[in-house]
Write a protein that binds this ligand. Sequence first.
Ligand code: SF4
Length: 343
Amino acid sequence: MSQAPFAERLLAWWDRHGRHDLPWQHPRTPYRVWVSEVMLQQTQVATVMPYFERWMARFPDLPRLAQAPEDEVLAHWAGLGYYARARNLHATARRVMETHGGELPADPEALAALPGIGESTANAIVSQAHDRPLPILDGNAKRVLARHAAIEGWPGRSAVLRALWEAAAVRLPSERGADYTQAIMDLGATVCSAARPACLHCPVQADCQGRISGRLEALPGRKPRREVPVKRRYMLLWRDGRGRLLLERRPPRGIWGGLWCLPEDDGAAPLAERFGLDPAALEHLSPVEHRLTHRHLRITPLALCSEGEEERATDEGLGWFSPNDILELGLPRPVLRILDATQ
Ligand code: SF4
């Protein structure tokens, strides 16, 4: 039996199971849809709803948003995060007052030229506010399309993104553009969820290539993890007979700038040489892993205990600290882990 088109099945499902009572749907004006789309860019519907209501109570239309002081705009955004979105809404409102006579353009290209509005957001606004079928690729639509068309690869890659735009375009209906946009977002949010798609309840399961081929786990593709280089470091864990520990203050700039730290180097021999120690007397303990943004540190502690009160290693920038003194210092996290493991 041949299938009804994707859009027809999706719209029939949405009529029965979709979300019809979202605050920006009543009335679905360009201004309200625009504000909701920007709020929803990084935030879930449930979180957005009370912010949207408060926003509309204070800035009920675009001219009143344009006239408001920026501090007040930001105060109405406080808690939603990614504050550039609020600044962009404000900047766009002012630009629209100056160059578009106070009306948001109904042309997606003109909209996408305004601050904070990308191609997908522009299409989402025009399709909902003017009921025109236009493709969108927000996170939910991307997931549904990557799975339904079995488009492999990370959507951040341009070839993958192009394939997704094509998949979005060929599935569009010829009418009911506003409902269709809401429907594909709703399907992604409620049925084709990231963690556990409920394929049995999905209106487009019969020809979902990702489901049929059993590759759902891999769709959409994840961002490739960047390989971070591993750097080996050695830290001298030298305690004297009174239980004091040798620490060194780091230079003000660079990693752990200005903090007290175990003396460190990129080899055991240079550390031993620097302090006039016998390398064979240093006990190599289990390495501690520490991840930084651009590299991974594998730190090997070199343990040494000397007798009596140590009088060596008293140069400027070095100090012997009792366990109580150490509690007062802010030490780098991997040093704390080494100390915890060797108490
Ligand atoms: Fe998503 Fe499953 Fe529907 Fe395919 S069948 S679109 S994977 S919910």
